[in-house]
Design a protein around this ligand. Structure first.
Ligand code: SF4
Length: 244
């Protein structure tokens, strides 16, 4: 496969939450969603990233192979939205497949229809963000429709790809019982979900919105209490899911 150039916001080595083991994380730029709580608003514009060669990144990734072998880690492509640059994503996944490095893609799934099955199959694990179940809430949170995300979840089930689901709990926005319950029920009916992460909303990205001169619409929204987060996790557990 030929080298591909892509726009990259940043690279992080030694990440431990975006997939199993130690992760080499490539944060690509460009995202069609506009999540109210986005903590990386500086990654939303494609060309806000720096043009990078997939081959150069793969060369760098290859130097971490020993760590991955001992720590069970690998590459995670996150963003932004990795699927916004499908050829670049494919080259990164292909290169890691060649090296035997585990691959994870962190995505909303919104653009999945643009990717062929061959590319989808190249990732070992998907971190799929289901930001809401109730369609109106999903639209309010992200600015787009929920349909493609749910279709992608089903496509991954059909392709028997491992999935970790991520759900961000935002008081007054995504914490309505029918919303949490809806995601939990849908996810529990998929046969390929290995784990669910319920992530309490936080305001760590607020300063970025401010420094970009943009209004942060959740400035008056509080973070959920530990009890509220635990209750949401319990809802998922009640559906037999492995919750973190
Ligand atoms: S999908 Fe991720 S990067 Fe895109 S707007 Fe939402 S939180 Fe931000």
């Amino acid at each position: 496969m030929q080298d591909t150039m892509g726009y990259v916001h940043s690279v992080e080595t030694g990440g431990t939450v975006d997939g199993p083991g130690l992760r080499y994380i490539v944060f690509t730029s460009g995202c069609p969603l506009r999540c109210l709580y986005c903590h990386n608003p500086d990654t939303l514009k494609l060309k806000a990233g720096k043009q990078s060669s997939a081959y150069e990144l793969l060369k760098d990734i290859s130097t971490y192979r020993t760590y991955f072998e001992t720590g069970g880690g690998g590459l995670t492509v996150s963003g932004g939205e990795p699927m916004a640059q499908k050829e670049f994503l494919k080259t990164l996944l292909w290169g890691c497949n060649q090296m035997g490095v585990h691959t994870t893609v962190d995505t909303s799934g919104y653009l999945h229809a643009n990717l062929d099955d061959e590319t989808i199959d190249m990732a070992d694990l998907y971190l799929l963000d289901i930001k809401s179940w109730v369609p109106e809430t999903y639209k309010k949170v992200t600015g787009v429709e929920v349909g493609p995300t749910l279709e992608f979840a089903k496509r991954l089930e059909k392709m028997e790809k491992d999935v970790w689901i991520r759900f961000v709990l935002v008081p007054g926005l995504t914490d309505a019982p029918e919303n949490v319950e809806g995601v939990a029920k849908f996810v529990s009916e998929l046969g390929n979900v290995k784990r669910v992460d319920v992530l309490p909303f936080h305001k760590m990205g607020e300063h970025k919105w401010q420094s970009m001169g943009k209004a942060y619409q959740l400035k008056d929204t509080r973070e959920p209490t530990a009890e509220e987060t635990e209750a949401a996790k319990e809802t998922f557990r009640n559906y037999g899911l492995d919750v973190h």
